[in-house]
Each structure stands twice: as structure tokens, then as C-alpha cells.
Design a protein around this ligand. Sequence first.
Ligand SMILES: [Zn+2]
Length: 152
Amino acid sequence: MSNKPPNQDQRNPSLSDTTIQKNNTTGYAILHHKCPRCREGNIFRYPFLQKPIKFTATHKSCPNCGLQYEQEPGFFVGAMYVSYAMTMAILLGTAFILYNFFGDPQLIIYITTVPAVVLLLLPIVFRYSRTIFLYGFGGIKYNPEIVKTDRR
Ligand SMILES: [Zn+2]
């Protein structure tokens, strides 16, 4: 009998512990585009892989706690600055990779590849620029109790 002691397999409680306890860190919430106040409701209407065409569709307010995302008209115009910074990073990063790992190819490769990568990542940049802007400039504090107290 070469069976392992039965305890060996059951001795992994960390996995079930972490799945029971919800991950409510700021990083997790930003990564998954969650509401900055309750970190439960989604900012965007559809998961990207479900309806990639509608990647811009943003909830007006949090479906969970009711927080209005667009706090004033044109609030998300400011997200353009975040988007600009992200696009520049992608642009320079792509050029850096081409230069260092693809042996500095011909100019035409840069001219076609760099915009193609920027375009491909556009939905990701759009979503993260809005989410990061909302977290950075929305002035909204995390309140896990908000649903219990403020919901009608
Ligand atoms: Zn919320």
C-alpha cells in the first residue's frame, strides 16, 4: 500500500478559507472594475468577454449600493488623462520590446505594430482609465456597510 496518509490531501484549508472570505482589497476591486464604495457592484454593464463590442457601456450608478458614478456632467472626461498615460506606456513599451527583443526592425514594422497594439488594448485602456480615475479622483471612501444602511 503506497497510499498517502489521508490527512495530506485534507490539509489544505487555506484555499477554502480564502474563497469563503471575499476579496475586498482596493487592488482587487480596481482589477475587476468594482464600485469604489461597496466594491460589489460592477462599473461596466457587461463583462468584456461577454459583449466586447459594448465595452464602453457604463452603469450610471452602482447596481449594488446606488452610488452615482458620473458625479457631475463630464466627470469621466478627466479619465482621458489616465488613458493618455496608459496609452503612452503601451506605445513606449511596444517600441521598447520591438527594439530590444526583435532586433530593432525596419521603421515600417514600428509604424504598423505600435498602433495595432494600442488599438487592440483600447478596450482595456478605456475601462481601466475610467476605473482608476473614479478611484483616484472620485473622492469615494470604501464603506462595506453601505448596502445595509443606505439601501432602500
Ligand atoms: Zn456600490
